[in-house]
Structure formats: C-alpha cells, structure tokens
Design a protein around this ligand. Sequence first.
Ligand code: CTP
Ligand code: MG
Length: 396
Amino acid sequence: MTLLPVPTTAIIVVAAGSGTRLGAAAPKAFVRIDEHSMLRHALDGVFAANPMQVVIVAPAEYEGDAETALLEAAGERSGLGRVVVGGATRQQSVAAGLSALSDDITTVLVHDAARALTPPVQIDTVAAAVSTDAGVIPALPVIDTIKQVDAGDIVAVVDRSVLVAAQTPQGFPRALLDRAYAAALASGVEYTDDAALFAAAGHAVRHVTGSARAFKITTPADLERARQILAGPTASAPVVPRIGVGTDVHAFGGVGTLWLAGIEWPGEPALSGHSDGDAVAHAIVDALLGAAGLGDIGEHFGTSHPEYAGAHGEVFLMRTAELLAEAGFTIGNVSVQFQGNRPRFSARRAEAEAVLSAALGGAPVAISATTTDGLGFTGRGEGIAANAIALVHPIR
Ligand code: CTP
Ligand code: MG
C-alpha cells in the first residue's frame, strides 16, 4: 500500500439532498447519468484532482452506497475519503462535513455532487487560489439579460456586466469558514451558498473562471444534458439516412415461366439470366447495397456464387437484408419501377409488394410499372428494365 502525504486541503462533497426538482425515485446524487451515479462522476473528478481529504455527505441510509462510490472512484486514495450523514438543509449538510475534517486541514473546498461533470482542473484552480484571509468561487459570466420583476411587471433591467453565476467547489481558509459556520448556526440564517455565508461573516470572496461542464444538475433537462455530454458528440449528431440507386435489364427468352417482382406469372414468357432474371428484385438489391456502400449485385450474387444459379428474387432480397443488418443498417423504404409491355401488372401489385416487403424484413416496397410507348427495347417487347431507389438508416 502506498503511503500518501497527509493533505492540508479537504473537499466536502455534499450529496444529501433529495432532488425534489429532479423528481427521481432515489436521492439526486444517487441517480445514474450513464452506468454511474452523479456522486460517482463527481468523485471521479475529485480524485483526478490533486490529492486532498474527501468527505462525502450522504443522506441517511445511503452511507453504504456513498462508500461504494468512494471506493470505486478513489482507487489507491480511498484512505483519504470518508462518509458522513447530512442534514435537512444544504447548510446543515456542509456543517456535518466540516465537523468530520481532520485537524491538519487548513483549506476547505465545498462541492455539490450535483455538479457531477466538474473538470478536475477547476477543483485544483480553486484550491490553489484560496488565501489565508479570502475565499474563492468559480463563476461564469451571465449570458441572459436579467430583469428585476415585481409580480407580473418588469421593474428594472439589471446590468449583467457586474454579475457572475456562482459554481462549486467553493474554497475557504478552514479556520475562518469554521467560525463563519458557527456564527450562521447561532443566527439561524440560511445562506444561499457557502460564499454568502462566508461573506456575511465579513470576509472577502474572489472568483476564478468556472466552466460550462460544472453546471448543476437540477431538473430532468439538466440530467439529459449531462447524458448527452457523456455520450459524446456522435450521440447528439443527427443520424443521416443514405440512399442508393439500382438498375437491371433482362431479355425475354428464358426457360419456363416468368418470375418478376418476386412472384411467378404463369403463361408469361420467361426472362433470361444467371438467376431467374427478376429485374425488379435485382434493381432493388443494387439500390440497397449501394445505399449501404456494400458494392453491387455482381459482387454478392454473380456467377462466382453458383449457389444463386436459378434462385428467385426473394432469396436475393433476404440475403441483402442480412448483409445490411450485419453492416449496421436498417431499411427505410424502397421504390421500384419497371418498364415493359408485359406482364399487365396492376392486378397483382399488392401481392408482389407484400412478397418483396416480407423478404426485406417488412420494409415498405412500392412497385410501379410503365410502358414506353413502343419505343426502345422494352417498347419492342425484347425485355424488361427496372430502376429502384432505396433509403437506409445507419443504426447508431
Ligand atoms: N444538499 C445536501 N443536503 C441537503 C440539501 C442539498 O447535501 N439537505 C446537496 C445536494 O445533494 C446537492 C447540493 O447540495 O449536491 C446542491 O443542492 P440542490 O441542487 O438544491 O440539490 P437538492 O436539494 O437535492 O435538490 P432540490 O433542491 O431540487 O430538492
Ligand atoms: Mg436544494
């Protein structure tokens, strides 16, 4: 076990609040942001800063959970930490933390567990800036225009250039903070933060620059913001769908009956091809593979894949859907049009769409058909052409 020098700085992490405004089932500091609680994240920041004594102030009956978070975050510094039970107000909780400090402590930082993502450098900056006669708070300029109100009326604009928004940890010389807390206890006044209590005892408080990440998690929207930050930039970036295009042409002249759009057409002349010549299904395969950036039909189903000789379009589509799923895509929808004089399509449109859609795991497939006014190879009845577009979605 490593012997650590006895620190003269301590940080009191207050975590005893109930979190009324967050409205979760557990006390706020024990609500998870990701797989870890707010308290655990706050302690990760504390233990990444310079070594200091750590006093966690927990709600009654949560001492065990606080101990666990402490042991997990502290690593080999766990000997520097301890857990005490807090009080009914934040001020009482801080007082409980103060009374648990060891005698060697000369500088005390008070930190909200609810500012769970506070950067370690902010903790070190505050600790270093505390002097024997003045306290230090991290603060950020006020961005919003601030108004003074009286019931429904705006009565004054407040000059925001002289305002800052206070954060934690707030640092103080221990001897003066102890006395200021004793005075507050005697007076029964509840102050909004430790700096206000310290200033009320007649001491100076200075400020250093805080950080946006040190925001306090108060409401469900704040918790969501913390989750987004931890999930990283990709999580908040929109997932952009991708489209692909596919074309296929087959000549009449195959053996047997026609297979087109996944269904058999008895009495119609067959298309020729390595497989069943289903130009509609093949155009869809190329559109899907193209949208996902997975090459084309020749690569996955061509003559180098004899297992697909004579296979029906449905088989190609099922395998294509698998390839997309393996590559991390879901299929949005497919639209396909074929050009040809026959078969007469409209009576069997719904049937064909259902077969192709089922082969794609249920993604909608729309099929339209047109003739070309007697022009070109389709107009002369030599074969069929099909064009498809597909939309796919990357799975995050
Ligand atoms: N705190 C505390 N003891 C209390 C009240 C608050 O230790 N009796 C702590 C909270 O756990 C939090 C910090 O003080 O880390 C800041 O308080 P706040 O954000 O107001 O938390 P809650 O009081 O828990 O929330 P709410 O006011 O919405 O009930
Ligand atoms: Mg509160």
